[in-house]
Design a protein around this ligand. Sequence first.
Ligand code: SF4
Ligand code: SF4
Ligand code: SF4
Length: 155
Amino acid sequence: MISAMEVYQLLPKTNCKRCGLSTCMAFAVELLRERKAIEDCTPLVEEPKYEEKLEGLRELLAPLLSTETPKTGMVIHEERCFGCGNCVVACPMNVANDPKGTAIGRGPVSDKAILMVEDGVIKCVNVDQCRRFGPEKVVCNACIVTCPARAIEFV
Ligand code: SF4
Ligand code: SF4
Ligand code: SF4
């Protein structure tokens, strides 16, 4: 997962406020939340001395900004998943949305569940219910940390 510190290292670090935020670190956080775009840091895109940093930042954020990556950044490595279901019952939104299934340790019965095992492999559906989705997203790790196979990753 890309950290705000990694992003910060590739910004001008002058806290000039031209992006509308008071510090470059705040901008790094907003970039990761996709509430700001790289182009909002005008010194970075306009001043030749930052060319290398700009290139590095574009490279670092490419997986996050790619249209191939789902909006939560979740990538499932199906070949590693063995269908244990740990992530299904650990997901707080699965539990909240599925009181008669996941919340009591059973397979999901609600059509609002996010994670479910199908044919022995995890599937992510209803991605808009994930806590990482949308502008108010929060960093939730419950499904990653409970997976013994490291089959779930966020980019
Ligand atoms: S415009 Fe760029 S350099 Fe200035 S505070 Fe924002 S992120 Fe930092
Ligand atoms: S990130 Fe959180 S809310 Fe989203 S699927 Fe994983 S455990 Fe559920
Ligand atoms: S992704 Fe991991 S925790 Fe979820 S079912 Fe597959 S192996 Fe189990």
